[in-house]
Design a protein. Structure first.
Length: 83
């Protein structure tokens, strides 16, 4: 069992450290650095502004953003970007 405060193993240590230096939390930095494509650029997904509110809500539900049901489209976008 890992000790309290110990960072989890990360796949992309350089990216993890860069995110921590930018002020991201340990949890968020580890989550980003452990994605399958950590450190790679790309992605051809539409910008959130082009998504419907319904699709934004579904994504917010998927990543478990609290109070999503009371948010408007702009707030959902902001919450998703800062989660």
């Amino acid at each position: 069992m890992p000790s309290k405060g110990k960072i989890p193993t990360v796949k992309n240590e350089a990216q993890y450290e860069a995110l921590r230096e930018k002020g991201y939390s340990k949890e968020k930095s580890a989550r980003i650095a452990n994605t399958p494509d950590a450190g790679k650029k790309g992605g051809k997904a539409e910008k959130y502004e082009e998504w419907s509110k319904r699709d934004l809500y579904r994504k917010a539900k998927e990543v478990d953003i609290p109070s999503r049901s009371t948010m408007n489209k702009k707030q959902l976008i902001n919450a998703l970007r800062n989660h």
